[in-house]
Write a protein that binds this ligand. Structure first.
Ligand SMILES: [Zn+2]
Ligand SMILES: [Zn+2]
Ligand SMILES: [Zn+2]
Ligand SMILES: [Zn+2]
Ligand SMILES: [Zn+2]
Ligand SMILES: [Zn+2]
Length: 190
């Protein structure tokens, strides 16, 4: 099964418009839509064989055309970088920042592992946790045509107190010294 673009858990829900992105449920589909909607329109055009914009003119992750474009250092693809009028970067909102920090593609390049990141065992050894490997290789900071083809299957983590599944990379949680974790609702001091 496909994996969710937000959390890497199994994803039975597809974007009905482009069928290129999948989600674990409506909640993450909603979360993903803001950054997906512009790219979704472009993907639909390509799918229908209509003239689509030059890939160098829009962000390959969110489809925007209205922000400055940069090339990713790892794979040389066009992404947006949000800046204010002084040229300072709003790093958190920037697709460049997200691809740099939350993908195997960039980690692999940065560590100079060599070869294709999608078959790299050094990357897998480095992160160890299969949920993290699956997420870094498939989340929405990756380009849709360049994701981990067979992300590792992982056993979902559960909250040590209430037993609820914790989507580790998409939900706030607290790690416990014992190695377990507490979900957002069970976390002390809420
Ligand atoms: Zn999800
Ligand atoms: Zn779509
Ligand atoms: Zn973007
Ligand atoms: Zn890259
Ligand atoms: Zn690697
Ligand atoms: Zn809990």
């Amino acid at each position: 099964m496909a994996v969710c673009a937000i959390c890497a858990h199994p994803a039975p829900v597809q974007c009905a418009a482009c069928r290129k992105v999948a989600y674990c449920g409506e909640e993450h589909q909603k979360v993903g839509w803001t950054k997906h909607k512009k790219l979704c329109k472009i993907l639909q055009k390509i799918e229908r064989g209509e003239p689509a914009p030059d890939p160098k003119t829009y962000c390959g992750l969110c489809g925007t055309t209205s922000l400055p474009m940069r090339l990713t250092r790892c794979c040389g693809r066009t992404v947006c970088e949000e800046m204010d009028e002084t040229g300072w970067t709003y790093e958190r909102g920037s697709c460049l920042y997200n691809h740099d920090r939350y993908t195997l593609c960039d980690h692999h390049h940065e560590e100079e592992h060599g070869g294709d990141w999608k078959t790299c065992t050094k990357c897998v050894d480095y992160y160890k946790d299969p949920e993290t490997v699956a997420w870094l290789g498939t989340n929405r900071s990756n380009f849709l045509d360049d994701v981990l083809p067979n992300p590792p299957i992982f056993t979902p983590k559960h909250c040590s107190q209430c037993g609820k599944v914790v989507k580790k990379h998409a939900e706030s949680h607290t790690g416990l010294p014992s190695g377990g974790m507490l979900c957002y609702s069970c976390k002390p001091f809420n």
